[in-house]
Write a protein that binds this ligand. Structure first.
Ligand SMILES: Cc1cc2nc3c(=O)[nH]c(=O)nc-3n(C[C@H](O)[C@H](O)[C@H](O)COP(=O)(O)O)c2cc1C
Length: 338
């Protein structure tokens, strides 16, 4: 199992990312803003939480020696740059407490930080609450990764209890829940059905960045290559429900920098999660360099907001943008599916 986690890290780092749907969205330019850079406020709210930084380190690792080293560095980065951090799936530690260290390290390094635990769908509230206790988490992500499980050689193939399990978790989990995709995006039907069972925060984690079908296919003797590239992009998912849901949406999947973060917030996300970006950053640069780069990311976001004439994330969510025809066409078609 910890070998699987290390495989995921290795293949995620090997995966090439190019253009994605964020390149098909452009802001409407304001020639005469009325803002001042020093007045820009990038804080946001997500469910019951206030985040000083609207982007965060999304779920990745835990459960191996390599994960411990990565999570420790990420936790120091989160502390230095005031970022929320999510752990990778805690299921492995619930089965084998010897692997706890790579999860408890977050709280050890950054006790005052906001933390999300993570478990897979199919677990009941008992396991969710155990993961929350392990991480001393303020919220728990429940990842819905059916497609990944199908492609994963050793993956689960029975999803028949997932909706009932989720409903039970909504009733009995001790912290707020975030239902989260893993890079395949979420349809309006799924988002509204989750809203209907009482889920208040959803990470649409869309296609355009890390592709877990491709990663699992690298681990298969007979790859199911037709699943590569599957799903809805992060922007398709966000734009197809913009103004139609009261759930707090998180954008993740294919976020490459400050401009993508700004676009995701303008498309309706309350916060933005980055995984492969941070994995690459801490794998390739020192902690000091990583801190400088992330602080620059915050400054870049402020500059973009200033030129867009928006003072805060609330105003950014109402700013005007245009989309390329093919993106708009796909969003319109998705809207027609519910
Ligand atoms: C190495 C690696 C491990 C991951 N492990 C998990 C996990 O345990 N739980 C989860 O919800 N998502 C996991 N993810 C998925 C990410 O949280 C995210 O949804 C996906 O990578 C898309 O974001 P990105 O394009 O910024 O990487 C993992 C991603 C990577 C790169």
């Amino acid at each position: 199992m910890s070998q699987r986690k290390d495989d995921h890290i290795q293949f995620a780092l090997a995966q090439k990312h190019g253009s994605n749907d964020f390149d098909k969205m452009r802001f409407v330019h304001t020639s005469i803003p009325s803002t001042k850079l020093e007045d820009i406020d990038i804080s946001t709210t997500l469910g019951p939480f206030t985040l000083n930084t609207p982007f965060f380190i999304n779920a990745m690792t835990g459960g191996s020696e390599q994960s411990l080293r990565i999570n420790e560095k990420l936790a120091y980065l989160a502390k230095a740059c005031d970022l929320v951090m999510a752990t990778g799936s805690c299921s492995i530690a619930l089965k084998n407490p010897a692997l706890n260290d790579s999860f408890t390290i977050l709280e050890k390094v950054y006790p005052e930080g906001l933390r999300f635990a993570n478990v897979g769908a199919g677990h009941r509230s008992k396991q969710v609450n155990q993961a929350v206790d392990l991480v001393k988490a303020h919220a728990c992500q429940i990842h819905v990764n059916a497609l990944q499980e199908i492609v994963m050689p050793e993956g689960d193939k029975d999803f028949s209890s997932w909706w009932d399990d989720l409903k039970e978790c909504v009733e009995h989990a001790k912290v707020p829940l975030i239902v989260k995709e893993v890079g395949f995006g979420m349809s309006p039907t799924t988002i509204l059905k989750l809203q209907g069972i009482g889920i208040t925060m959803i990470d649409v984690s869309g296609q355009g960045g890390t592709d877990f079908a491709w990663i699992e296919n690298q681990r298969r003797a007979q790859p199911l290559n037709f699943f590569n590239g599957w799903g809805h992009s992060t922007l398709e998912s966000l734009l197809s429900v913009k103004g139609k849901t009261h759930v707090d949406l998180i954008a993740s999947g294919g976020i490459r920098g400050a401009l993508d973060i700004a676009k995701a917030l303008a498309a309706g996300a309350k916060a933005v999660g980055l995984s492969s970006y941070f994995l690459r950053l801490v794998s390739e640069t020192s902690l000091e360099e990583s801190i400088t780069i992330v602080n620059q990311l915050k400054e870049d976001l402020k500059k973009i907001m200033c030129v867009l004439d928006v003072k805060n994330v609330e105003e950014l969510s109402k700013t005007a943008f245009i989309c390329d025809q093919d993106l708009q066409y796909r969003v319109d078609q998705l809207i027609n599916t519910f």
